[in-house]
Design a protein around this ligand. Sequence first.
Ligand code: HEM
Length: 165
Amino acid sequence: MSASDLFLLVVRWLHVVSAAAWVGGSIFYLVVLRPALKRNPDTPRGLVSAAGAEFKTLVDACIIVLVATGAVLAFDRLTERAVDTAYAATLAVKVVLSVWMFVQVQIQRRRAAFLEAFGRLEEPPPAGLKRLGRAVSGYNVLVIVGIAVLLLSELLGALFERGLR
Ligand code: HEM
């Protein structure tokens, strides 16, 4: 194994670990922690804030690593002859969805900070068109898009292998 192969192996490994930590952590929050907090409204606010702050640090680190390693992986793949239009188009969709996820994280944080300033954990249910807007921008959609990005990543691997044959 050459030095560049080893470098790409480490880059790919860091990319996958960050993806697993971010999407896995988000699924844990959505499916385990959030319902548990709703059922126990007496949970000390300090504990909830501390857990949120720790998770924010983890997500920030994951985003930085995903962008840096993703750029290296994309450059490596796009300079290979095995790459076709289907691969490039799938990668473009993946990058757009990833950027959407990065932006959503910032939006969700601003919303959470706003709620905290008013001493609430959840916003009241919105009415009318605002309900639709909330439905397509909430944390649950962020997690679903994250899972879709994982699927696109597997598709990229399959498309690349097909190109090699
Ligand atoms: C700017 C953002 C990103 C770029 C440019 C990028 C780019 C890439 C590229 C080029 C590959 C290699 C695909 C192949 O095998 O041919 C890859 C793999 C992968 N990416 Fe990303 N990615 C980005 C963000 C993300 C995000 C946000 C996630 C997770 C939510 C993610 C999860 C993965 C996974 C799980 C793999 C498969 C690695 C493997 O099986 O070896 N990526 N990415």
